[in-house]
Design a protein around this ligand. Structure first.
Ligand SMILES: [Zn+2]
Length: 290
């Protein structure tokens, strides 16, 4: 069994506002001798590997619910299966440099601004302070560039990193295997995460929940095949991320996207669908909105 030691890698991030933030990367939490050396899946260099997570490690503390009979986090996997477990979805995948890259380019920002408990949801609060560009049929569309708190570059990087991680490895939790097939987009996203261009025939959208509660959940990446394109999505702590990929993807998806469209969505209809999904996963319907 690996021996825990108190070693952390401290990374510094200069935000878009010029503020220096710090974060600890847990790569070195296991004694050096217990970590394998191998090819980092992102940079492809032969290096000492970290025990990398599919979803951010910081989500697990937030997802525990002491008031439930089983307080452990609820994962919805493969779009339908419920797994309640204290286990974290992780494996040796990335080197320390690539772990730091993921933290500073997206994960630290997302974890600071996602739903963190009642009245602690900065991205929702930021959107509600602004007037949407359009709003109809329960869907509000915001221009990210008009909202200073919205660091769309980091949101996009974070989403791309999770979709890529889900495609680059077969992750396991209990009897579930989590993996999505991105075809050629896997390599294109890997290059994007190292500073390359975003794929021409894909777009990323994200939605901020308008709800004040029922948000302590994770739906791990899953895919749906549409006519001529693929839709991949995951949901965590009040944020839903969608990746549409394929040459026959409808133009409307690009126009309403965060990348390349620069837009952010808030949708009561999608919130209602999420509540139904959570109700099914919990084994009982959730009938009221908060
Ligand atoms: Zn690496």
């Amino acid at each position: 069994m690996a021996k825990l030691v108190d070693e952390f890698t401290l990374s510094f991030t200069v935000t878009s506002n010029g503020i220096i933030s710090t974060s600890f990367v847990n790569c070195a939490q296991y004694a050096m001798r217990d970590r394998p050396t191998g090819h980092c899946r992102l940079c492809l260099q032969n290096r000492l590997l970290c025990d990398s997570h599919l979803m951010p490690r910081a989500t697990y503390g937030l997802l525990r619910s002491p008031n439930r009979t089983n307080p452990n986090p609820v994962h919805i996997t493969n779009g339908k299966d419920r797994v309640i477990s204290s286990r974290q979805i992780k494996d040796y995948l990335l080197c320390e440099e690539c772990e730091r890259r993921f933290h500073s380019n997206g994960e630290d920002y997302v974890m600071a601004n996602c739903y963190r408990g009642k009245n602690k949801f900065k991205l929702r609060e930021a959107l509600l302070r602004h007037i949407p560009m359009t709003s109809k049929l329960g869907i509000s569309v915001y221009k990210a560039a008009d909202i200073p708190e919205m660091d769309v570059t980091r949101l996009i990087y974070f989403a791309a990193s999770i979709f890529w991680r889900a495609s680059a490895h077969h992750w396991r939790i209990k009897n579930q295997i989590i993996n999505i097939s991105l075809g050629p987009y896997r390599e294109e996203l890997r290059r994007f995460l190292l500073g390359g261009a975003f794929p021409d025939t894909a777009c990323l959208s994200f939605r901020v929940s308008k709800l004040e509660g029922f948000l302590l959940t994770i739906r791990t990446p899953a895919s749906i095949t549409e006519q001529g394109f693929h839709r991949h999505s995951f949901l965590m702590l009040g944020l839903e991320f969608l990746l549409f990929a394929g040459k026959l993807m409808p133009q409307g998806y690009r126009l309403s996207s965060a990348m390349p469209g620069g837009l952010v969505l808030m949708s009561e209809r999608a919130d209602d669908a999420m509540l139904q999904e959570l109700g099914r996963a919990a084994g009982s319907p959730i009938t009221s909105r908060l």
